[in-house]
Design a protein. Sequence first.
Length: 255
Amino acid sequence: MNSFEKSNLQQTDMQSLESRILSLKKLSSLYTDNQEYTDLLKLYKKYLSYKDTSSPFLSVFAKKIRKVNRATQSQLVQESPIITLGTMIRILSIDQSLEEKMLKYGPENIQILSFGAGSDLRFQQDKYSKCSNIIELDFKESIDYKQKSLPAKNNIKYVACDLINIDEVISSLTPLLQKNMHTIVLMECLLCYLPINIADAYFDFFNKVVTENKSELLHYVIYDPVALSKNDSFTNIMCDNLQKFNNLQMYSLKN
């Protein structure tokens, strides 16, 4: 992936981050008895306000983070209600799916592979601390910033990579895997950016290598725009933003 495509893809994560924070604020106001979203917002505040004192220069990625920080603190920030509602449902549904699997199999019997983890901080929460193994994969800039800005967790490992380079990803990921574990593969707005042959190769890897053809151990939590519909305003607006303003290839919408 060239630097232009990489920068555009990272910009989508910044847009998602801004939307996620606005949605978490809304969820906190709706579910006042749920401390989880309040605590997660505090974690995002720490993440966004981190300053790297080891260098007098701000990286391009850090500048993007600061821009999001300013935007989310402004009272003037407005977002499409459809996008906010869609993001809230997305957060709730993914959390519910993960929690159901942890309840069913026990967190100590679960490893989670988060592909394109980006600015998602959900696995920093205490409820995931008992999971046997969590591996987050994303671009080096994103991984480096997350490791510097957040406290280390014993059960979380990071792989800095370009997910298009599947051979390098598999080579880095395989030694970190735990065998005979219920494995949850989380892909949130990722597959649409991967060429179909690369996506197919990942699914083949998950089945043959990660769980050694033991299908009962392999679980997917996937959120992706897969089709355009006159009746789906949320997906249409999101895809319009991604394609027109970020100049991104949306493979799953073409094939």
